[in-house]
Design a protein around this ligand. Structure first.
Ligand SMILES: *Cc1c(COP(=O)(O)O)cnc(C)c1O
Length: 413
């Protein structure tokens, strides 16, 4: 997208605002699909939690993607967006048996990640096939908050528990239709991923009625200049070969599934905020925007580095700035970043704002969540209105004159 297009969007829809470039989502989808072109049955299940606006879900559905969901609410959003139940996989962690049963009743695929629920679900619904999430205990990426396959992770059934798992399956006579892993975000080393895949293949051999093997996600995309990204083409070539070999040995053409979130939508997203104040202190120059971690929490939560561009002055002289928000809390977006000279009123563009940005936004400081805009075929389309005061009080219950009882005043010290 051109900076001028983004600027026009702030004029039309105000700020702060999230913008998603549909073409980028489509090209990422095609790139991943092409990387696995030698696999007969490939299924990409877009991870809804990355960005769950219905327009984005509809686009994914149109592209032929399935949907990876982690809550019954995401399942319902997927159905509302038009996904067929069988195109939705429900991969929760730590949810109640009741919620899993409710998802099963909607006809979606069920992925279970602990033996307790597996045993209970298998005992009562032996006829409903389920997928099992395995924890291969492989460390992917460097950040233990986003690496979920390691030994202390809460996710998945440990490979060391396979004997117990097999006993449950045998006793309940339940059908296992898939084997799954998700080692976490940020695959830096393809060999590590392939190593985890081998563990999954070994595990899969224990089950005779599989339809698919799901390799989760964790494809890394570049956030700043010089970042390493997952080499999708190399991964595609190597894993496809191994997958096809496995299927031959297994005696059935299984489906190879992935659940990419970040890879599909991160780079398609732009977050646009206006600079309210430029404040020179003794040690730095702050640029305060009309936003904060209530709208984009990744820098504060993960130390994520989102590139920031002054699209109002993209050719200006570069200076060092600390970009911060307007909420009453430390909400630093970037420290000592070189950005083209900023004047109050300029629009800053935060890149890679498609994944885990709007979906993690809150109303902290009683601020409104931003609007969302889709950029498609050279036009901008509002896909979520900015919130209003009514949204802040929608579910609150007015206590009316509770504190105004006739003869009794609320004690004020
Ligand atoms: C979050 C999540 C994903 C998506 O991960 P990305 O790093 O965004 O691609 C996939 N599968 C599961 C089970 C997840 O929880």
């Amino acid at each position: 997208m051109k900076y001028s297009d983004l600027l026009n969007i702030t004029q039309e829809h105000g700020n702060p605002v999230y913008v998603y470039d549909a073409e980028k989502i489509i090209s990422q989808f095609n790139r991943l699909t092409n990387a696995f072109s030698t696999v007969k049955n490939l299924k990409l299940n877009y991870a809804a939690k990355a960005l769950s606006n219905l327009a984005i879900l509809k686009l994914m559905n149109k592209l032929g993607s399935g949907l990876d969901t982690v809550s019954i609410q995401e399942v319902k959003l997927g159905l509302l967006a038009g996904f067929k139940p069988e195109s939705i996989i429900y991969t929760p962690n730590g949810v109640s048996l009741e919620e899993i049963e409710a998802a099963a009743a909607l006809g979606v695929r069920i992925n279970i990640d602990n033996l307790s629920i597996l045993e209970q679900f298998g005992s009562t619904h032996p006829d409903i096939p389920v997928c099992i999430r395995i924890n291969p205990h492989v460390m992917a990426g460097g950040n233990s908050n986003i690496s979920v396959g390691h030994i202390d992770s809460k996710f998945g059934v440990s490979i060391h528990q396979i004997p117990h798992l097999l006993r449950i399956v045998e006793l309940t006579k339940m059908k296992i239709n898939g084997i799954h892993m998700h080692t976490g975000s940020d695959i830096l080393d393809i060999d590590v991923f392939l190593y985890a895949s081998e563990i999954l293949f070994e595990t899969a051999k224990n089950f005779k009625e599989l339809d698919f093997i799901d390799f989760g996600s964790g494809f890394k995309v570049p956030y700043k200049n010089g970042d390493i990204e997952t080499n999708i083409e190399e991964l595609g070539e190597k894993l496809s070969k191994r997958f096809n070999e496995f299927c031959e040995g297994y005696g059935k053409e299984l489906t190879l599934a992935f659940e990419p979130g970040k890879f599909l939508v991160s780079e398609a997203g732009y977050f646009l905020a206006k600079v309210n104040v430029v404040k020179q202190t003794t040690s730095t120059v702050f640029a305060s925007v009309d936003s904060g971690f209530n709208h984009l929490i990744r820098p504060m939560l993960y130390g994520a580095n989102h590139q920031i561009i002054n699209i109002s002055n993209p050719k200006g002289r570069e200076r060092y700035y600390s970009v911060v928000g307007y909420i009453c809390e430390t909400d630093t977006f970037a420290n000592n970043r070189r950005i083209n000279e900023i004047t109050e009123g300029d629009i800053l563009c935060f890149k890679n704002a498609g994944a885990y940005c709007f979906t993690m936004a809150s109303n902290y400081n009683s601020r409104y969540r931003p609007a969302e805009v889709l950029w498609y075929q050279g036009k901008s389309l509002l896909i979520r209105e900015r919130e209003s005061f009514d949204d802040l009080i929608r579910n609150q219950i007015d206590v009316k004159d509770l504190f105004e009882t006739k003869n009794q005043k609320v004690a004020v010290k």
